[in-house]
Design a protein around this ligand. Structure first.
Ligand code: GLY
Ligand code: MN
Ligand code: MN
Length: 459
């Protein structure tokens, strides 16, 4: 008995250690969010989809100018990130499928280190770090890319490459390579045996099903987003500006380690609650307003996308309550449908039926679901659901001023959006960390915030 107990204890300790190791591996800074083995597995899966004698090249996203010589914060192209884990511009991935085997080579081309540029922007990833991060053993300089590609293209039958105009304009990242300046047609004329394809559909198929490591990161992005919405609900009061609610939300994103908002935060109050992608957020809220808060943190590249609608004074009035209950019922009807095999549109049809039956059909003007992942509106063909997909469920009713309804209903805009993982036999709501029932929202809004903001009164 004692031995068994000890054995159990040892097994327990072993799993604690294993779990601890894996958490560390997953969360030790954004660069190592996904382990190198997983990037290697993704490249191998991509290679299997390419025909024999194929070459694929992927360019890192260029940095984009915000004003004059000041760039926006850098965001890597999602496909490039998915295959490499590398988040820097001026970098190229080449994957060659050799013969009919499933063997392949991957080569990462990196910018030549430049001491002067490094003194301004920091050094690019070192060769060693790039190898560890991506699992790609062969790292070269972008200076070598032209020659390497030219020689590798000879006798190839297929090139997988996405032509993107923005890449042509990038000054530093462009190698001298002719491919950047030519159309698909010109390339095929130069290499008559070559067919150029887009890699996007294959990558979308892979990205559609999330791995356990990706789901862990998405849970984190979504948990941060729920915390941010909770904080905003606790701190809301009439007279605050929309941007002040936005500031609270984005403060929590940063405080909890998210890199960015995954998309411009939508804080729509009063009439703005009926504008689907309102993002200027300049209006002053007034007593009696509803506020739609549609926000999402990006954590290690993965996006959350959660919407809550609250009465800024903490209490729904009768009309607001009536419409809110319909939207929530629609969302619950959609959630009940989600399981492997359900058609992608089934959730929308279920939500739409509830809203149509309640007589508000004309005021539900968008779809109910999209995929979620590295992109907020993630890639993937809309087909019957599979376990491992993550989708949003976001019905809404938006009644603008002038609508053919009693004017007491004007300026009621309500959306409830949750992020959902399709599981083996149904679905799991990942965004349960922030309430969506009326009584719970009102209760939360009565609580004082526990958080320590330096400016406690933002009115
Ligand atoms: N935040 C944009 C959307 O919900 O799709
Ligand atoms: Mn949203
Ligand atoms: Mn959405």
């Amino acid at each position: 008995m004692k031995t068994r107990k000890n054995l159990k204890y040892l097994i327990f300790l072993f799993f604690c250690g294993w779990f601890h190791f894996h958490l560390q591996a997953s969360f030790a800074g954004d660069s190592f969010a996904i382990l190198a083995q997983e990037f290697a597995k993704r490249r191998a899966a991509f290679v299997q989809k390419m025909p024999d004698s194929s070459l694929a090249i992927f360019f890192a996203a260029p940095s984009k100018t915000r004003s004059n010589d000041v760039p926006y914060e850098y965001r890597q192209d999602s496909n490039f990130y998915y295959l490499t884990g590398v988040s820097q511009p001026n970098t190229i991935l080449l994957i060659a499928r050799n013969g009919s085997e499933q063997s392949h080579e991957a080569v990462l081309f990196m910018p030549r280190p430049h001491p002067y540029l490094a003194s301004w922007d920091g050094a690019p990833l070192s060769e060693d770090k790039a190898k560890k991060l991506s699992g790609i053993a062969t790292v070269k300089l972008t200076d070598d890319f032209d020659d390497e590609l030219t020689s590798r293209l000879a006798n190839r039958r297929n090139l997988f490459y996405t032509f993107r105009n923005e890449l042509l304009q990038e000054p530093v990242s462009r190698t001298r390579f002719f491919i950047s300046h030519q159309s698909t047609q010109a390339l095929q004329e130069k290499y008559p045996g070559l067919t150029v394809h887009s890699p996007s559909a294959f990558l979308a198929q892979l990205r559609q099903i999330k791995s356990p490591a990706e789901i862990a990161l998405m849970r984190r992005a979504i948990a941060i987003t729920c915390d941010a919405l909770t904080e905003a609900m606790r701190r809301a009061r009439p007279g605050m500006f929309e941007y002040q609610l936005e500031a609270i939300i984005e403060f929590v994103f940063k405080r909890e380690g998210a890199e960015y908002p995954a998309f411009p935060s939508i804080i729509g109050s009063g009439p703005n609650s009926t504008v689907l992608h309102h993002a200027s957020n300049r209006r002053k809220t007034a007593d009696g307003d509803l506020v739609v808060m549609d926000v999402g943190a990006e954590f290690c590249g993965y996006s959350a996308d959660v919407t809550r609608t609250m009465p800024v004074n903490g209490k729904f009035n009768d009309r607001q309550r009536e419409i809110y209950e319909i939207v929530l019922r629609a969302q619950k009807a959609a959630l009940a449908i989600i399981k492997p095999g359900a058609p992608f549109r089934a959730a929308h049809e279920a939500a739409k039926a509830v809203i149509d039956n309640a007589g508000y059909g004309p005021y539900f003007t968008h779809g109910t679901s999209h995929y979620l992942g590295l992109d907020t509106h993630d890639v993937g063909e809309r087909k019957p659901l599979l376990a491992g997909m993550v989708i949003t469920v976001e019905p809404g009713i938006y009644i603008p001023e002038g609508a053919a309804l009693d004017r007491a209903y004007w300026n009621i805009g309500i959306r409830v959006e949750d992020d959902v993982l399709v599981t083996a036999d149904g679905c799991e709501i990942l965004s349960i960390g922030v309430p969506r029932e009326i009584a719970e929202i009102e209760k939360l809004m009565r609580q004082k915030s526990a958080s320590d903001f330096s400016s406690s009164d933002v009115q």
